[in-house]
Ligand binder design. Structure first.
Ligand code: NAD
Ligand code: UGA
Length: 458
């Protein structure tokens, strides 16, 4: 078949896979190839059963597979045969050398750039889809320009704003699509090509174009603003617990101000996910390198409050359960970093588990989608952790439940039955404020929400 455009994406992960599947479904006349170095991931995508859990994803992938959506490990061929290349590789926090613990580890990105350089036989548009430090496009340009043989590479920044659990909805109906380019003839032409792709389904007024550095920084800034709201409401939750105020009421009242808005004000055990912490630390690093120490400290505070919230949660458990958790069985409801995903990267449940184990508690983890990842995350734990799929089985003989993930499933359980299966006095620590606390208290539980007065029988 003759396709109108040939698009490649390097990286078949949480972003590359869903994003390309949606482009393939919205643009049946384009050929979309996704390459990855991980054969098992590629096989999973090709089987029609994606390697990640994301509502609605299976259907979109199956629609495109074999028609105009292809997954492969043949990177060289992918680069040769496609003119528009998205780079959607991982950009984790560096764990070694200068900037360790703060800066982004750019080795995957640089390898991808060098592969493009090595295999390209014609000019290409190269698009940063991963979240990169500001000025990465310049480094990418410098690597790609080193060939000097008439082949030209135009680098664009097109950061992704999807959230896991709602990825398909976010991709199909995005608040905005951002495209940053060089403001010169070539840059603007490349930008228009990418605008044309998105315009197949995104209204033009939601496609925002900017200079390339604004685009790179806006992605990091957006994640900071979102994370900042969570740390702010979590800081307020600590104040609520000391004063008798109720954090849900405070969030409701504050959020009614249209200048503030009501979203992202749910107090919790803290934000998780592969990006918020990494992206904020990345900005912190940039500020430190540029001598903006005051700004760096301000940004870093958001991450510090997030760590504090997890510590506070476990300390509250310890205090409520008579200052010892040793030998007590604690069942974690959920391990994913949020509902509707199996992703556990930076999940607060990991830190909570480790802190509970330090207190010599026995931890039982249940989750509808994340048990496999949870097992890997805790493979090096100093004490054994049990993984049980059925929540009723998981709570048997437990002293406490701690809600880590806001899965709907946990709202709908039979808590009288659960109470009967547990050791008394039975405790619930609701790290997401999703349960009916009054009803639990009436059943007999001692209930400890976030940012609200505890409901205790003693
Ligand atoms: P991921 O780890 O799920 O996927 C990255 C994939 O790239 C992996 O499968 C890896 O094997 C592959 N890869 C690495 N180097 C490669 C190479 N040279 N050639 C081919 N494949 C290669 O990561 P992700 O969650 O998809 O995130 C990717 C980027 O998108 C990150 O920069 C992240 O910050 C950003 N982002 C993520 C989300 C999200 O919800 N996960 C949302 C917006 C932006
Ligand atoms: C986040 C952003 O929402 C996306 O726009 C962005 O593209 C993405 O990061 C990224 O760059 O990776 P994601 O991490 O998938 O998406 O999920 P969120 O819905 O933002 O939740 C992040 C964490 O904050 C979760 O642990 C969630 O439970 C927590 N959260 C969220 C709260 O504790 N309270 C809230 O009110 C909202």
């Amino acid at each position: 078949m003759k396709y109108d455009k040939r698009i490649l994406c390097i990286g078949a992960g949480y972003v590359g896979g869903p994003t390309m599947a949606v482009i393939a479904s919205k643009c049946p006349r384009y050929s979309i190839t996704v390459v990855d170095i991980d054969q098992a991931r590629v096989d999973a995508w090709n089987s029609g059963k994606p390697p990640i859990y994301e509502p609605g994803l299976d259907d979109v992938v199956r629609q495109g597979l074999g028609r105009n959506l292809f997954f492969t490990t043949d990177i060289a061929r992918g680069i040769r045969e496609n003119d528009i290349i998205f780079v959607s590789v991982n950009t984790p926090t560096k764990t070694f050398g200068a900037g360790a613990g703060l800066a982004a580890d750019l080795q995957y990105w640089e390898l991808a750039a060098r592969q493009i350089l090595e295999h390209a036989e014609s000019s290409k548009i190269v698009i940063e889809k991963s979240t990169f430090p500001v000025k990465t496009a310049q480094a990418m340009e410098r690597i790609l320009m080193s060939r000097n043989d008439g082949i030209h590479f135009d680098v664009l920044s097109n950061p992704e704003f999807l959230a896991e659990g709602t990825a398909i909805r976010d991709l199909v109906n995005p608040d905005r699509v951002l495209i940053g380019s060089r403001i010169n003839e070539r840059g603007l032409k490349a930008r228009d090509t990418l605008v044309e792709i998105y315009a197949n389904w995104v209204p033009r007024e939601r496609i925002f174009t900017s200079n390339i550095w604004s685009s790179e920084l806006s992605k990091l800034a957006s994640n900071f603003f979102l994370a900042q709201r969570i740390s702010t409401i979590n800081a307020m939750s600590a104040v609520c617990e000391k004063t008798g105020a109720d954090v849900s009421e405070v969030a409701g009242i504050v959020g009614m101000d249209s200048r503030i808005g009501s979203k992202f004000l749910n107090a919790s055990i803290g934000f998780g996910g592969s990006c918020f912490k990494k992206d904020i630390l990345n900005l912190v690093y940039l500020c430190r390198v540029e001598g903006l120490e005051e700004v760096a400290n301000y940004l870093e505070g958001v991450v510090r409050i997030n760590e504090y919230q997890k510590e506070r949660f476990v300390l509250n458990m310890l205090t409520a359960m008579f200052n010892t958790l040793a030998g007590k069985k604690i069942c974690l409801f959920g391990f994913a970093f949020k509902a509707d995903t199996g992703d556990t990267r930076e999940s607060p449940a990991i830190d909570v588990t480790r802190k509970l184990l330090e207190e010599h508690a026995e931890v039982i983890v249940t989750d509808p989608q994340a048990l496999e990842n949870a097992r890997e995350d805790l493979a090096d734990a100093e004490r054994a952790v049990a993984f049980v799929e059925d929540p009723y089985e998981a709570v048997r003989g437990c002293h406490a439940i701690a809600v880590m993930t806001e899965w709907n499933l946990y709202r709908e359980l039979d808590y009288k039955r659960i109470y009967d299966l547990m050791v008394k006095p039975a405790f619930v620590f609701d790290g997401r404020n999703i349960l009916d606390h009054k009803a639990l208290f009436e059943i007999g539980f001692n209930v400890y929400p976030i940012g609200k007065r505890p409901m205790s029988h003693f």
